[in-house]
Design a protein around this ligand. Structure first.
Ligand SMILES: [Fe+2]
Length: 240
């Protein structure tokens, strides 16, 4: 019936103000259950991707977990809203997922890279974005992954963004990832001492790294280095 003819339409909307029926209660419960299943499924996929990175030797579970913890601690200190921490965690865990699209012969090459090989490696943030954006609810994390190799001075990739144009979470991931890469042992080289890694972060603050993020991260790194050193009874780089 057209709306104009509905003169007998009740002024009171049926259902409003009534106590919830059993049907509506069970519908709410069902929606809640489906939302929980959706979150659990998404979390399982994130863990599976993390395992994939582990299998490809791009990062280890321990490293990924540590990066996620550091990213969240820095994000909280920078007053990023608490409801955004899930995106921060995913970005820290999976920002390099796109390296799966780079051949091992290039990723693990120990000699100098050719210009073509370097160009291919530099596409990994775009690959990460193209994977993560397919997950409903991870749109923000996919953008953070896309920009995790931008430099505040504008010399990074893929977009050459500068300063605050780079998402703050990407700037956080950039700093903690660089520190982690510097202090971690690799099969072909020993990790740098914590103090040298901090010196290099400070040296590149304002050109490569966000100065505020570096300043915020240093006490966290100091504490981590001291605790890891104490727990391992060895040098920081050996422990990491
Ligand atoms: Fe990366």
């Amino acid at each position: 019936m057209p709306l104009m003819e509905r003169q007998d339409a009740p002024t009171r909307i049926a259902g409003l103000g009534d106590p919830p029926s059993q049907d509506s209660c069970s519908l709410v419960l069902r929606i809640k259950e489906l939302e929980e299943q959706h979150v659990a499924f998404r979390n399982s996929l994130i863990c599976a991707f993390n395992q994939l990175l582990d299998l490809k030797d791009i990062s280890t579970g321990l490293h990924s977990t540590r990066l996620a913890e550091w990213a969240i601690r820095v994000a909280r200190k920078l007053n990023i809203p608490e409801e955004h921490m899930y995106q921060v965690e995913v970005a820290a865990l999976l920002h390099d997922i796109g390296k799966i699209g780079v051949p091992d012969s290039i990723l693990k090459k120990q000699g100098p890279l050719t210009a073509e090989e370097r160009a291919l490696i530099n596409r990994h943030p775009e690959y990460s974005w193209s994977i993560l954006r397919l997950f409903p609810g991870l749109e923000d994390a996919s953008l953070y992954a896309l920009h995790h190799h931008e430099n505040v001075g504008g010399t990074g990739y893929p977009a050459g963004l500068q300063g605050d144009d780079i998402p703050i979470v990407s700037r956080i991931v950039s700093v903690i990832d660089a520190y982690d890469a510097m202090v971690s042992n690799r099969c072909y080289r020993k990790g740098l001492p914590h103090t040298e890694a901090i010196r290099r972060l400070l040296e590149s603050a304002g050109t490569q790294f966000d100065t505020e993020v570096v300043r915020t991260f240093i006490p966290i790194a100091e504490q981590e280095a001291t605790e890891v050193f104490a727990a391992a009874g060895t040098s920081t780089s050996a422990a990491l």
